[in-house]
Design a protein around this ligand. Structure first.
Ligand code: MLT
Ligand code: ZN
Length: 458
């Protein structure tokens, strides 16, 4: 049946909240990966009831639905395939409550991560997951992708903070899992299953989050190295000491250069690598740990500076968050991977990536959350240069092979979506994939919830 017919019906359900304008359909066809699609309609519900009504209409008419937050995902999870409704949850952006007694925040999925951070700060609380896109990304998207961020090394990722969820199932039923208690073991942990399911099992409409008190003090150290290997070895040495930094971020020379070309932050462009290390806790603990970390880095020929005030700290973090957009100044196309290796294997994986770059004559810029072994590997190329683009794509398989050989995983925090689904079989066994497909089928027997994502093509 022509989509025009369905549009009229959805408009009857949600008057004024449905768009089929060409420009809008174009904008909702992208996320932050280099993949694109084109939906048939964009629908903007503002309540659980409205989400449920649209879902049950889509279910009864076999129309695929793609839930979407701010579209900052890196693996195409929110990119719609053909003849799809994009369900934009941006309008469900209320912070429903901050409960200091129970240390819980209750939010709708369209709340921007940073807006929650600001609200929590007013009452001396914080929510640790801090993806680089925190000023734009939504908490619903963070739940869908199980987003991480620099603070994951000490505080964990989104799944460690989600106590409960309200989810609209593909047929329109509303499922409540967990709640505001910190513990709960009645039945299977469906909350954990839904976190990171990339919108393939249902549409999250309410999130119950654990929050923490703001630490007394934070110290920010910038350590620069003239040898990449010394930086990599410092990471292993710090993580195997008794210190757990709040962040342990890494940038290689290509990333430093790209950021400085983009905007001058004062980073050392001649360094082969730098580490951005933060420590938090009581004044005494932070002072002692900062000294220990500084001495580890200097023992490996690093040069250490400590940010003296809030402005220097903000500048350093602004530089770190600018890496992603800045990389496009190296080359117009970026194949952005997100591998993780056991932390002790960082020197080996960086060496392997360097060899792959040299062998294929490619620029591969590396940065990321070295403290938890999570390196964002960016193969820089130009889609229009067919031969180079092919070489770039071929190098991905080599990078994944090296990662898996070192005991790693092909995605730490960006998800599988569309961009990594053809590689999933390299990491997961047939048995794992078959179980996951069965789970998907229980939630979504018609296969209409964010179809075409995660699973390798048959
Ligand atoms: C980051 O850490 O900056 C993000 O995960 C995004 C990226 O890889 O570009
Ligand atoms: Zn990251």
């Amino acid at each position: 049946m022509a989509f025009g017919f369905f549009k009229k019906k959805i408009e009857d359900i949600l008057p004024g909240k449905v768009s089929t304008d060409k420009e809008e359909l174009f904008c909702y066809g992208f996320d932050a990966s280099s993949t694109e699609g084109s939906p048939s309609a964009v629908v903007r519900p503002v309540s659980t009831e409205e989400v449920s009504e649209v879902a049950s209409f889509a279910f009864n008419n076999d129309i695929p639905v793609v839930p979407r937050g701010a579209g900052t995902g890196m693996s195409g999870g929110a990119v719609p395939l053909k003849d799809t409704i994009v369900l934009s949850l941006e309008g469900m952006n209320r912070i429903i409550g901050i409960d200091k007694e129970n240390m819980v925040a209750i939010v709708e999925p369209g709340v921007i991560n940073y807006h929650l951070q600001e609200k929590l700060e007013e009452v001396s609380l914080f929510y640790p997951p801090d993806p680089a896109s925190m000023k734009f990304c939504t908490l619903g998207g963070n739940v869908a992708e199980n987003a991480g961020g620099p603070r994951a090394i000490k505080y964990g990722v989104t799944k460690d903070y989600v106590l409960g969820l309200e989810t609209v199932l593909p047929d329109g039923r509303v499922l409540l899992t967990g709640g505001i208690t910190y513990k709960g073991v009645v039945g299977y942990d469906l909350t954990r299953l839904l976190v990171g399911s990339e919108g393939t099992l249902g549409i999250v409409t309410k999130i119950f989050l654990k929050v923490l008190p703001v630490p007394e003090e934070t110290a920010t150290l910038l350590c620069t190295f003239s040898k990449l290997d010394d930086a990599a070895r410092s990471v292993s040495k710090i993580t195997s000491s008794s210190i757990i930094p709040r962040t342990l971020e890494f940038m290689d020379n290509d990333s430093i250069g790209a950021v400085e070309n983009y905007k001058s932050f004062g980073l050392p462009i001649n360094a082969e690598a730098l580490l951005l290390i933060e420590l938090d806790g009581t004044h005494a603990a932070v002072t002692e740990e900062a000294e220990k970390v500084a001495s580890i880095c200097t023992s490996l020929h690093g040069s250490v500076s400590i940010a003296e005030d809030i402005f220097s700290k903000q500048r350093i973090w602004e530089a770190r968050r600018a890496i992603s957009p800045a990389l496009y100044h190296i080359k117009p196309t970026r194949i952005n991977e997100d591998i993780v290796v056991p932390r002790g294997n960082i020197p080996e994986i960086l060496k392997a990536i360097r060899e792959i770059a040299e062998k294929n004559n490619l620029i591969i810029a590396n940065f990321g959350h070295a403290g938890d072994g999570n390196i964002h590997v960016n193969v820089m190329t130009d889609k229009d240069d067919k031969e180079e683009y092919q070489r770039a794509k071929d190098s991905i398989k080599d990078i994944f092979e090296a990662t898996l050989k070192l005991g790693g995983t092909i995605s730490g925090e960006h998800g599988v979506g569309l961009t990594k689904k053809q590689f999933v079989g390299m990491e997961l066994s047939d048995t794992s994939i078959a179980i996951m497909k069965n789970i998907k089928n229980v939630f979504d027997p018609k296969g209409i919830m964010n179809p075409g994502k995660i699973f390798p093509p048959d």
